[in-house]
Design a protein around this ligand. Structure first.
Ligand code: ADP
Length: 183
């Protein structure tokens, strides 16, 4: 079973749901930068204040902010982990590569969750989070296409990428991912 995983895919593909399930069943630390940022907004920290407006627009929070969050969590983590929502652009991916080299904890598998735009938008609209209105969703998909999709070839070139069809029931998709983690 792979111990250090990264989930990649557009907003609405179900990364959070699948990451949480897998992390629980395998005893991995689930690191979702989106969840961590929302928690900072909730408690009204300085970091949360900086992130709030950016997230509401569907833009990316600064690389420095998210990298600081990820670094502190990974430094404290002695077991396996699962990163969800990070990295989101090439400079974050390069910073992560450097951090993991420094920590001696290389990524073992990158799971790419793939789903059609129509289904993504449908799922996000039914979720109803504050940044899930149609205009912001379309913008998040554009940001994903422009900034995050270059990571697909980055990790494919490293021989780490496996794609999963993200349509179907939660259980069906979970089974597909579990198979990959055991390969
Ligand atoms: P989704 O998977 O639906 O895109 P997330 O919960 O992962 O939602 O992220 C919500 C928002 O949090 C993003 O639109 C962005 O503003 C911010 N965010 C999360 N992760 C990052 C990151 N790695 N870099 C920059 N911003 C991020």
């Amino acid at each position: 079973m792979k111990q250090r995983l990264l989930f990649l895919g557009p907003p609405g593909a179900g990364k959070g749901t699948q990451a949480q399930l897998l992390a629980e069943s395998q005893g991995l630390l689930h690191l979702s930068t989106g969840d961590l940022l929302r928690a900072e907004v909730q408690v009204g920290s300085e970091l949360g204040r900086q992130a709030e407006a950016v997230m509401a627009r569907g833009e990316l929070v600064s690389d420095e902010l998210v990298l600081a969050i990820v670094r502190s969590r990974l430094q404290q983590c002695s077991g396996g982990w699962l990163l969800d929502g990070f990295p989101r652009n090439l400079s974050q991916a390069e910073a992560l590569d450097a951090l993991l080299l420094e920590l001696g904890q290389p990524i073992e598998l990158v799971v790419l969750m793939e789903l059609d735009d129509a289904l993504l938008i449908q799922r996000l609209l039914s979720r109803g989070r504050s940044d899930d209105n149609e205009g912001v969703i379309r913008h998040r998909l554009t940001v994903y296409r422009e900034q995050t999709t270059p990571l697909i070839s980055h990790y494919r070139d490293l021989g780490l990428l496996q794609a999963v069809e993200a349509a179907g029931t939660v259980e069906e998709i979970a089974a597909r991912i579990t198979t990959l983690t055991k390969a």
